[in-house]
Ligand binder design. Structure first.
Ligand code: PRP
Ligand code: URA
Length: 208
């Protein structure tokens, strides 16, 4: 497994804005969407292309086009926040969804929704979740996809905790994780520290 920490200065500034507790839901959403696109561009860097004929105003050439369709798999809720700008940038993406909710006491994810396209093997698959905390949600998603014989190309997560990375590493081999920051630790409630708080609540403006 490889953890790719994308330390682009613009990404780091956007992350600092996300972390700031004074950042309201509107600016939080904007920066989360933008960071997601930056990570997506990194995660898709090595996708295979195929040559297709293109006629420029002057001559015919062979242009490069993505060979395999791309499937984004956001983990609900917060993963939804990662979708809009990626799809604006590359509208041909397909989206499958996995709904998980961590039980607050045992911090294990409960699956409440799975909606994936048929023939998953035909896609390059990217899992989207802004927070990789205990790693339970990513491990559960990888298990669900493994049930369809699919190994995703990468996990895209804005902030990761070392504990979660270790757990994912112990349960799956050869998975790439693209993240902006690997933070210090998890607190006793399973939140990432320093982190940004509850990503779903901040994106969807449901904070109390
Ligand atoms: C949060 C977050 C991740 C998960 C990460 O979701 O969006 O999906 O926790 O934690 P883990 O690595 O310990 O599994 P949450 O369960 O709070 O659901 P929500 O997005 O619907 O608020
Ligand atoms: N989920 C979040 O939204 N934030 C965390 O810090 C951990 C899990």
């Amino acid at each position: 497994m490889t953890v790719h920490e994308i330390k682009h200065p613009l990404a780091l500034e956007k992350l600092a804005i996300l972390r700031d507790k004074k950042t309201g839901s509107d600016i939080f959403s904007k920066n989360l969407e933008e960071l997601s696109l930056i990570l997506f561009l990194e995660a898709t860097k090595n996708l295979t292309t195929k040559k297709l004929k293109v006629e420029t105003p002057f001559k015919e050439i062979e242009g490069d086009f993505i060979k395999k369709e791309i499937l984004l798999v956001p983990i609900l809720r917060a993963g939804i926040g990662m979708i809009p700008l990626i799809r604006k940038f590359y509208p041909k993406t397909h989206v499958g969804m996995i709904g998980l909710k961590r039980d607050e006491h045992i911090l294990k994810p409960i699956t409440y929704y799975v909606n994936l396209p048929k023939n998953l093997e035909n896609y390059s698959v990217f899992i989207l979740d802004p927070m990789l905390a205990t790693g339970g949600s990513i491990i559960k998603t990888l298990e669900i996809l493994a049930g369809y014989n699919v190994k995703p190309d990468a996990v895209i997560s804005i902030i990761s905790a070392p504990e979660g990375i270790k757990s994912v590493m112990e349960s799956v081999k050869n998975i790439d994780i693209f993240t902006v920051a690997v933070d210090e630790k998890l607190n006793e409630n399973g939140y990432i520290v320093p982190g940004l708080g509850d990503a779903g609540d901040r994106f969807f403006n449901t904070e109390e």
